[in-house]
Design a protein around this ligand. Structure first.
Ligand code: GLN
Length: 532
């Protein structure tokens, strides 16, 4: 397409309505019609990126190929669209202000008073249009975090208002709201939607399409009423009803003609049908699986499953491709003791040892790993999970009772996991880890090689500590295989125990790159091996 089209997705009434899933679903439908699509998330908080946030705040921190610590919605975009996102796909208020303030210090504003309008809004608009101009997409869908009316999101909504004028027909606004059902009155209520649209209008933006999240079907009356009160066409009032899986939402949105309405309003042909064959095949595999697979996820953030979003989604993909429904048990590593581990892992067919930071829950992870190793329970350790596998092996096989990571015990005499050389002397926590995709060479006669089917892979990282190469020979003598190595830095990225059914740890995060149409080979083969 000659000109990039920009679609904005805002939300009202409450958070957690699924703006990310609606954006990703619309993206999937446009992509399935042959367009080049990307999705961007604008986050109104002051942090430069979510890398320094506790997972309890916003869930998992996602990492892009180019090493940006990003909002977890980017994970949805990649999983739905089967594309790769970059640093440009996630902007925060902190980053916008940082750029503007740096420019001011350099004197770029030539003595002008620096203000929210136009300087902050100009910087926001520049970041939105960058995806279209630099990366040449047909569609850029921009999801605006938060809810309209929030103080923090005002500059973003103002930028959308300005862009509507600048872009004309190449700009479209979708607003997502909630329609509550009052059980006592047996009625769906549209007032919150009316108020939310009014707030948006007060800020100068008239939505073109309304997506109404609801637990009950919308009647024609409700749609007409919303259309009338909110200045939208009746067929542009879209129902987004609760469905058992997020992967059904693109098909729901197709049935509601969301993609057609978008195309029509933007003056593009809309009569052909999106090709959703592969997607539908995945979905029916997932929904028709009659047997379940029971996997345990051992980590310390289990009260908020969003902290492990990408791992859980990767397991869902892998289970579906193996004709299984995933039954996941989240296990708090804090609560694991040698006395209760057998009972805790009972009935589980495999376990994942989760990534993490700091000492809390580490001993529980190590106890779980020992039990799994000794009882041949298929285990996949990710990042800190892999590091715990290394520590456990050093303690119980190599007999270094005090073996540890220097992250946990800086004074250990057996620092089998240690701070990476380039991390020494770094004091800033933000954006300073080893981040993004790095190459890894696989040993030919390894499980890893068998699963990937190639000898060179690229996977995403997020860590400061690493297997200590001084111990490599001893680990190999003890029976561990170092099956994945970075060819440039020699860092050990994969370890495995050959005699076991499946015992493998990765320093990288395979979960960041599993998508619906391209499930990750490690997860797929983890489940497959269990079933064999
Ligand atoms: N805390 C460990 C490190 O920094 C592991 C990080 C992770 O699990 N993502 O190396």
């Amino acid at each position: 397409m000659k000109e990039t089209k920009y679609i904005f997705v805002t939300g009202g009434v409450t958070s957690s309505l699924g703006k990310g899933i609606i954006s990703a679903s619309l993206g999937r439908l446009l992509l399935a019609r042959g367009y080049k699509v990307t999705i961007q998330k604008l986050d109104p908080y002051i942090n430069i990126d979510p890398g320094t946030l506790n997972p309890y705040e916003h869930g998992e921190c996602y990492v892009t190929e180019d090493g940006h610590e990003a909002d977890l919605d980017l994970g949805h975009y990649e999983r739905f669209l089967n594309i790769q996102t970059l640093r440009d796909n996630n902007i925060t208020t902190g980053r916008i202000y940082q750029t503007v303030i740096n420019k001011e210090r350099r004197g770029d504003y030539l003595g002008k008073t620096v203000q929210i309008i136009p300087h902050i809004t100009d910087e926001i608009k520049r970041n939105i249009k960058l995806l279209g101009t630099k990366h040449k997409y047909d569609f850029v869908i921009t999801e605006i975090g938060g809810t309209v009316g929030d103080i923090e999101s005002l500059p973003y909504i103002e930028s959308v208002r300005q862009l509507r004028w600048e872009l004309g027909k190449n700009c479209l606004c979708i607003h997502l709201t909630y329609v509550p059902y009052i059980a006592a009155a047996k009625e769906l209520k549209t007032k919150p939607t009316q108020h939310s649209v009014k707030t948006l209008q007060q800020e100068g933006v008239q939505p073109d399409i309304l997506v109404l999240r609801t637990e009950h079907e919308l009647t024609a009356d409700v749609r007409r009423k919303v259309a009338l009160f909110c200045n939208v066409e009746p067929d542009a009032v879209i129902e987004s009803i609760d469905v058992p899986t997020i992967y059904q939402v693109p098909l729901k949105m197709q049935a509601e003609k969301l993609d057609q309405i978008v195309l029509r309003k933007m003056g593009l042909p809309y009569n052909s049908k999106p090709d959703m064959k592969e997607w539908t095949r995945f979905l029916s595999k997932m929904q028709n699986a009659s047997k379940t697979i029971r996997i345990g996820l051992v980590g310390k953030y289990v009260s908020l499953p969003d902290a492990y979003k990408s791992i859980i989604e990767s397991l869902i993909h892998a289970s579906a491709y193996n004709d299984r429904k995933l039954d996941i048990k989240l296990i708090s590593s804090d609560d694991i003791l040698p006395e209760n581990i057998s009972e805790t892992l009972e009935g589980l067919e495999g376990i994942i040892i989760a990534p993490g930071f700091g000492h809390r829950g580490i001993e529980g992870k190590i106890t779980a790993i020992q039990f799994a190793r000794e009882n041949n329970i298929p285990s996949l350790g990710i990042c800190m999970g892999m590091q715990c596998m290394v520590i456990e092996f050093a303690r119980n096989v190599l007999r270094y009772a005090d073996a540890n990571s220097t992250e946990i015990d800086p004074n250990t005499r057996h620092n089998v996991v240690d701070l990476m050389e380039e991390q020494k002397g770094l004091f800033n926590l933000g954006g300073s880890m080893r981040l993004g995709a790095y190459k890894c060479k696989l040993l030919k006669d390894s499980l890893a090689y068998k699963m990937y089917g190639t000898d060179t892979i690229k996977e995403r990282h997020r860590h400061r500590f690493e297997f200590n190469n001084d111990y490599k020979e001893q680990f190999i003598k003890g029976g561990m295989k170092c099956s994945g190595i970075n060819p440039d830095s020699n860092l050990i990225e994969i370890i495995e125990l050959p005699g076991k059914k499946f015992f493998l740890g990765t320093q990288f995060h395979p979960e960041y790159s599993s998508t619906v149409l391209n499930p990750h080979p490690l997860f797929v083969n983890f489940i497959k091996t269990i079933l064999e």
